[in-house]
Design a protein around this ligand. Structure first.
Ligand code: ADP
Length: 295
């Protein structure tokens, strides 16, 4: 299925691999199945195997450059496994990213315990401000990371208001909902415990956690920023959640302040608004349900 990869991408990649002194005769491409925003799959050269993703360069400017930066940033902490970023490039109308291919394996018996410890270790990486030194993407939508020194301001200005504006412009949400957010915003400070900014994966749902060949947890497809670590944990619960052991071990390693269960949905207003903007439909009802509880 090498024909599935656009020719300019193949040519560019072969040149890159040759320049690096790597085996550059690309022999095979196995597309990944389902759930992809981008086109992606395993690229085989005979000796080596890589993971390749590509998309339109103009539709999603710098998407893969920022994914590469995110992978490197998380990788550099040494806290948790992620594919090693190799290269990102543009060829013709396409942009692409090349990274280590994670050979899938079966979960180790202590997989969830390890993941709890490793995510807690990742969240132990801090910064002076919430945000990041560059913007990136959440799914296929822009994610703005202008720095703020307090979490409620960051969450309101860079997360909720950005998505709300998009939803109103696209008529995915009725403008009347703004009034409820206006009531909610000044109250948020009273809900969120004050914490140091924590380095988070940013898009941590089950689809972005895979298992490597030795059975360890491995994160993919990050939307990195320094945020409130509770936002990350809330996100993990949005679509079913992980094994109970993961939450127990995380809590034992890096305890959360009490009351997380009650405020969890407030953090999930962000990913839910992202889903309203990406998919519409029922997600707006979930947003309204949360507002009803808190406003
Ligand atoms: P998208 O950016 O389109 O959301 P993902 O990065 O989530 O794509 O990848 C889509 C699927 O491809 C994942 O669910 C996973 O199964 C697989 N995948 C992604 N990255 C790798 C990798 N480095 N090694 C092996 N498989 C991967």
């Amino acid at each position: 299925m090498l024909s599935a990869v656009p020719k300019p991408v193949l040519k560019d990649l072969a040149q890159y691999l040759e320049k690096q002194g790597l085996p550059h005769r690309i022999k095979k491409f196995k597309p990944c199945s389902g759930g992809c925003i981008n086109n992606g799959g395993e690229l085989l050269t005979g000796e080596e195997s890589f993971f390749l993703k590509w998309n339109s360069a103009t539709r999603y400017p710098a998407m893969f450059a920022t994914e590469g930066k995110g992978l490197k940033k998380l990788h550099n902490t040494g806290a948790i496994n992620l594919p090693e970023f190799i290269y990102d490039g543009e060829a013709g109308e396409y942009a692409y990213i090349l990274m280590e291919f994670i050979q899938p394996g079966a979960r180790k018996p202590n997989y969830w315990e390890l993941f709890g410890q490793q995510l807690a270790a990742l969240h132990g990486n801090s910064s002076e401000q919430f945000g990041l030194d560059h913007d990136n993407y959440i799914g296929s939508l822009p994610q703005y990371n202008n720095p703020h020194s307090d979490w409620p301001a960051f969450f309101i200005i860079e997360r909720l208001e950005r998505q709300l504006r998009m939803a109103f412009d696209d008529r995915a949400l009725d403008r009347a909902i703004q009034r409820q957010f206006d009531v909610l915003f000044p109250r948020l400070e009273g809900y969120f415990p004050v914490e140091q900014p924590a380095l988070i994966h940013g898009d941590l749902w089950g689809g972005n956690l895979i298992t490597n060949t030795v059975g360890n947890p491995c994160l993919i497809d990050p939307a990195v920023y320094y945020g409130h670590r509770e936002a990350e944990l809330a996100f993990t619960r949005l679509f079913g959640g992980f094994d109970r052991e993961f939450y127990q071990v995380y809590q034992a390693t890096f305890p959360l302040e009490s009351g997380f269960d009650e405020r969890c949905d407030l953090y999930n207003l962000y990913p839910l608004l992202v889903h309203v903007n990406l998919f519409g439909g029922g997600y707006a009802l979930q947003v309204k349900g949360i507002l009803k509880r808190f406003v």
